[in-house]
Design a protein around this ligand. Structure first.
Ligand code: PMP
Length: 344
């Protein structure tokens, strides 16, 4: 130990810790305060796979992914679920009522988490044959589950939920995420400005899939505005499965389905048609070389972002391409009971 020159007291351990530069973990009042502010991660190895790095002296094209799986209930739907419930509470639409919806997917899980944290009772209608983990995760939050006829699939769940709302309008509030402006607003006010800040305003392209279209519409609308304010273009590209019989859960193929009321094609610059297989393959690759085990809609998003980036690279243009990792891959494990209990 060298001699101390100053006669200031030695800092205590606690004082030293307070002076250390650590990434500050969040400290919040409740779990809903942890929705949003998700990390942006660079996909270096996927960039190398496709020669997007500047090996031949041309400009590099960067590939970045917004980790929406890091939201507290594990998906990109936490943001709209929170915003929809907050706005409904503020209008008094939920007074004395339960929120009801017909989803066993990410939206249902997100409503369940937000409902539990904010004291809003949730009812979900789902076909009886959805996987056991989907039932377990939603009911773990205290959500009431009502089962619809398994033979009628997800349409049967939608019809039953609507019937219940019609029969008991004083008991249920139906938020209709496909028409609810709070859904894109969550991304307009959250996802987009976060991407702008995290890329230091360098984002040139935004690419993501369409389910309700809340993510692409809300984020693109704001990124266009932020770009315009900065005197440049941000190009926003929608990804859609290339056929109606796709295996990319959570995504819509608009030519073969009802167009959501919140869908606004004027904020989109282009569409990329993605084969299901390519989405699955990219999800595998992203897990293996980036250490990000994500669902197949995220894989399809990365594959679409790679296509955009490769075009820029071929044209020798620089780019900062951002896409969304919607949820984790373990949300799609197929449980054994599936085969045992439901043999058609
Ligand atoms: N990926 C997954 C896995 C989803 O569950 C959803 C939501 N249905 C989406 C993408 C699309 O998001 P959005 O509803 O905002 O279009």
């Amino acid at each position: 130990m060298g001699a101390r020159v100053s006669n200031a007291p030695t800092p205590t351990g606690a004082e030293q810790l307070a002076l250390t530069e650590l990434v500050q973990p969040a400290r919040v009042d409740r779990v809903t305060d942890l929705v949003g502010a998700t990390p942006l991660v660079r996909l270096h190895q996927i960039e190398r796979d496709h020669q997007l790095d500047q090996l031949d002296g041309g400009p590099a094209v960067e590939l970045w992914a917004k980790c929406e799986f890091a939201n507290p209930a594990g998906s990109v739907k936490d943001r709209p679920a929170l915003r929809i419930i907050q706005d409904a509470l503020a209008r008094g639409d939920l007074a004395g009522k339960r929120l009801i919806d017909s989803t066993s997917g990410n939206t249902g899980i997100a409503y369940s988490m937000v409902g539990a944290a904010l004291g809003v009772p949730i009812t979900l209608v789902m076909p009886e044959n959805v996987s056991a983990p989907r039932k377990q995760v939603t009911s773990a939050y205290g959500t009431e589950l009502i089962y619809s006829d398994p033979m009628e699939g997800s349409d049967g769940a939608i019809v039953l939920a609507r019937e219940l709302v019609d029969r008991h309008p004083d008991r249920y509030y139906y938020p209709n995420q496909y028409a609810n402006p709070s859904n894109p607003l969550a991304h307009y006010e959250g996802t987009a400005p976060e991407i702008w800040q995290q890329t230091r305003g360098r984002v040139t392209h935004f690419v993501t899939g369409i389910g309700t279209s809340g993510t692409i519409v809300g984020t693109s609308r704001r990124l266009h505005e932020l770009g315009r304010d900065a005197g440049r273009e941000v190009t926003c590209v929608a990804m859609q499965p290339d056929d109606g019989m796709h295996g990319l859960e959570g995504l819509k193929h608009l030519p073969s389905s009802l167009v959501p009321e919140i869908y606004d094609p004027t904020v989109l610059d282009d569409t990329i048609w993605m084969p299901t297989e390519e989405g699955w393959d990219m999800a595998e690759r992203v897990a293996e070389v980036e250490g990000l085990f994500v669902g197949h809609s995220s894989g399809a998003n990365v594959a679409a972002a790679v296509r955009v980036a490769r075009e820029l690279r071929a044209a020798r243009q620089p780019g900062v391409v951002v896409t969304i990792l919607c949820d984790r891959g373990d949300r799609y494990f197929v449980p054994l009971e599936w085969e045992r209990e439901y043999v058609w």
